[in-house]
Ligand binder design. Sequence first.
Ligand SMILES: C=CC1=C(C)c2cc3[nH]c(cc4nc(cc5[nH]c(cc1n2)c(C)c5CCC(=O)O)C(CCC(=O)O)=C4C)c(C)c3C=C
Ligand SMILES: [Fe+2]
Ligand SMILES: [Fe+2]
Length: 353
Amino acid sequence: MLDNMQNECSTAHAPAEHPKIKSGKVGILLANLGTPDDYTYWPMRRYLSEFLSDKRVIDYPRWKWQPLLQLIILSKRPFSSGEAYKSIWNHDKGESPLMTITKDQTAKMADALHARYGDQVMVDFCMRYGNPSTDSKVRKMVEAGCQKILFVPLYPQYAGATSGTANDQFFRALMKEKWQPAARTIPPYFDDPAYIDALAKSVEDAYDTAEKKPDLLVVSYHGMPKRYLMEGDPYHCQCQKTTRLLKERLGWDDSQITTTFQSVFGPEEWLRPYTVEHVADLAREGQKNIAVIAPAFSADCIETLEEINEEIKESFEEAGGEDFLYIPCLNDNPEHIAALAGVIENNLKGWLE
Ligand SMILES: C=CC1=C(C)c2cc3[nH]c(cc4nc(cc5[nH]c(cc1n2)c(C)c5CCC(=O)O)C(CCC(=O)O)=C4C)c(C)c3C=C
Ligand SMILES: [Fe+2]
Ligand SMILES: [Fe+2]
């Protein structure tokens, strides 16, 4: 039974103006990358500026990077990225798909965890960039009486540019609290059997219902500069291992599956092979019928719906490819929620049984 501090202070000894203190809950705070509030210039610029000013994402010295970012990149990219967001926008809800899906995931996770732990837990989500901010959601949890918070970045593979910076922002939010809750973050879960099962099932379902069974599965991960790998970031290795585990779980051999990296940004070399070039090479070599899956994303977003399913598909078709099957992210499907709930349960041990 979790302790309730308010009982101790409801005696005659407490000062009359004593604040109401809520306690006794465990917060589970899901976190994703963030997304612009709108696809027009200023919201896009605000979002990109916050994102691309993060040293975990782009690690050039500020004096060199900020003039280039603020004067050159942010005068053009909000327009081109805004167009891309507009093409995938959830106009009914007035938000991006990443936002809609994260809300759906959170609602389903809340149901699953309330069924398991009752009202001892509070489940919510925040974003690393933009809204709802990590600060605001940590504040809300502390105010509601969460003395313990488990922070859950929704990235299966660890990268400094994703889980690392999400955790940094969580710790910064804790710095502002008078009564800092106990805090945990989760390790990467790319090798969790239930997560690999969920991925494999999504491939099997897509292949079963495809008009033409694909000859090759391209497993496309968000890229990063190759230098980050050389400097110690484990993301590349965790991506390669995700593909291997998926291949083994599907009972396939190396001829049926391949790993690539997408979304190259700037002049540096990024992790290779680049998806957009590789699918064109495949089409030219005679692989006319492929499927693409993107396991680094827990929710469909601009990088999957627009980049993979529009730009990369076009590159494949222009090079002579015929059938391009995009396999959606795991989003709020039941196997994904169950796998994530299992990861959360494991990481709550000692706090809640
Ligand atoms: C420029 C450096 C970038 C690195 C390094 C990077 C790593 C990285 N990102 C994700 C997940 C997502 N990225 C998303 C969008 C996005 N990413 C970058 C740049 C880097 N990402 C930019 C500039 C953008 C914005 C879109 C654009 O202007 O092209 C998103 C989608 C957000 C959405 O609203 O839909 C996600 C998710 C991972 C997993 C990763 C790992 C190394
Ligand atoms: Fe990104
Ligand atoms: Fe590696």
